[in-house]
Design a binder for this molecule. Structure first.
Ligand SMILES: Cc1cc2nc3c(=O)[nH]c(=O)nc-3n(C[C@H](O)[C@H](O)[C@H](O)COP(=O)(O)OP(=O)(O)OC[C@H]3O[C@@H](n4cnc5c(N)ncnc54)[C@H](O)[C@@H]3O)c2cc1C
Length: 269
């Protein structure tokens, strides 16, 4: 399938880029690694008149650590660069594990953090930060057509949490998840957990924090019983749709199993 006709734009800095977005509002799409956009354009799912390649904008690349504040990851940072970052592995373990399981090594070499977050199906979730949007409806939960993501900021206060991310997929080397579980625990060495959170993905229209998990994990010594309780809470919140690959019942059951495993792995990490 061939690509539709479009005009290619190559801005050299963010100012030029946002200028293009404003000028061609609604008729322009951003090209990052291209792993999703280009196949979608070949299938004529998107036919923008302008495609803006932002790979040449230096300030969008790389991982920058500011002691006392946190870390900034540029939108054009490849997923493989996050995977290879010793700093991210040591301090933001769940992010590191999640990135390592995205697609395949080739796709992680091409795909960027910005592209991953801004996939058409995901903006609604990532932009619904309560800090900015409360009860104002879907229209405000998306990137505006003349906005672009420049960097993701991880505050230092969220560094050092222990955690684990597990993903259910048919072919472990490449497939999208049929279920995903992320567990994050804040704990002092050998002590009970100070705080804990669990999120599930791919089994509801958007990722969800598991209700009751924080209460079940906070202040507890994590053992088999606690992990089983949290697994049941997670399974109760899972509402997977019917897919041809795996049945909803199996996926819900695996959410229970994976959550229990992830809680125990996080406690040991
Ligand atoms: C076989 C396969 C398996 C996959 N498995 C997984 C998986 O397990 N988990 C997972 O999370 N993902 C998975 N993916 C998705 C993959 O992670 C994305 O394709 C990739 O991250 C997109 O990044 P990109 O840089 O190539 O984005 P592009 O394809 O260039 O862009 C994607 C979208 O984001 C927009 N965009 C890009 N950058 C910006 C920006 N800075 N600001 C605003 N909008 C922007 C583009 O306009 C486009 O709409 C899979 C993909 C494939 C093909």
């Amino acid at each position: 399938m061939s690509l539709p006709v479009f005009k290619l734009l190559r801005p050299r800095n963010i100012q030029e880029a946002v200028g293009h977005l404003a000028r061609h509002r609604g008729d322009i799409m951003i090209l990052a690694g291209g792993t999703d956009l280009l196949p979608s354009m070949r299938q004529k799912l998107f036919t923008p008149g302008h495609v803006m390649d932002i790979r040449g904008i230096e300030e969008l690349h790389g991982i920058r650590v500011t002691p006392g504040l946190g870390v900034e990851i540029g939108a054009m940072t490849q997923l493989s660069a996050i995977e290879d970052s010793e700093f991210i592995r040591r301090n933001y373990r769940v992010l590191h594990e999640a990135v390592m399981t995205v697609a395949s090594p080739i796709l992680r070499n091409m795909g960027t953090l910005g592209g991953n977050i801004c996939l058409d199906t995901r903006c609604v979730w990532y932009n619904q930060s309560l800090q900015f949007y409360t009860n104002i409806g879907d229209a405000h939960m998306r990137l505006d057509p003349n906005e672009m993501l420049t960097r993701v900021y991880l505050p230092e206060s969220s560094a050092g949490w222990k955690g684990s991310y597990l993903k259910l997929r048919v072919r472990g080397s490449i497939d999208y998840p049929m279920a995903g579980v992320a567990v994050a625990l804040k704990k002092k060495d050998g002590a009970a957990s100070e705080m804990g959170r669990v999120a599930i993905t791919a089994v509801n229209p958007a990722p969800l924090l598991v209700k009751g998990a924080e209460h079940a994990l906070t202040g507890k010594q994590i053992d088999e019983h606690v992990a089983t309780v949290v697994g049941e809470l997670a399974a109760r919140m899972s509402k997977p749709l019917t897919t041809s690959a795996l049945t909803p019942e199996y996926r819900r059951e695996m959410v229970k199993v994976f959550t229990k495993r992830a809680v125990l792995a996080a406690a040991k990490s």
